[in-house]
Design a protein around this ligand. Structure first.
Ligand code: TYD
Length: 133
């Protein structure tokens, strides 16, 4: 089952604007070792892979997009459109990102450094791998 969750980010609003803050271990249960962001997007789909061990937290820091997650036969769609919430994605989800607004920026915080060995990029391989989990 999909066990990803939308998490509301603590946000302090005043007349100057909004300040959003994440205390990683306490708020999300992992420490961040890597940050990357998708920007200047053409509108084409992204993702189409799974991670075996990685935790990720995704925020639509600008604009909006959809994240489709599949795990153990269940698929759920999450629409991200606010800088004061994010999607916590534990390991073992096949993901596809689409429906990007023209100005979309997706920032991703990850629990580990980049390792191609940790990816599953073939959907059939993903289905075989998750059977053993
Ligand atoms: P990819 O995983 O295909 O991006 P997406 O899931 O958003 O569609 O990554 C695109 C390229 O960037 C690929 O060649 C791997 C490389 N890359 C890194 O070098 N480091 C990273 O941390 C990430 C996420 C990707």
């Amino acid at each position: 089952m999909v066990d990803a969750k939308i998490k509301v980010i603590k946000t302090i609003n005043d007349f100057r604007g909004s300040l959003s803050v994440i205390e990683w271990e306490q708020d999300l249960g992992f420490e961040v070792k890597r940050t990357y962001y998708l920007h200047n997007l053409s509108g084409d789909e992204r993702g189409k892979h799974a991670h075996k061990e990685l935790y990720q937290f995704m925020i639509a820091i600008k604009g909006s997009f959809d994240v489709h997650l599949t795990k153990k036969g269940e698929t759920k769609k999450f629409h991200l459109s606010s800088a004061s919430e994010g999607l916590l994605v534990p390991p073992g989800h096949w993901r596809l990102l689409d429906n990007f607004s023209e100005d979309a920026v997706c920032i991703v915080f990850a629990s580990d450094v980049y390792s191609e060995d940790e990816y599953i990029r073939n959907y059939e391989e993903f289905l075989a791998w998750e059977k053993d989990q």
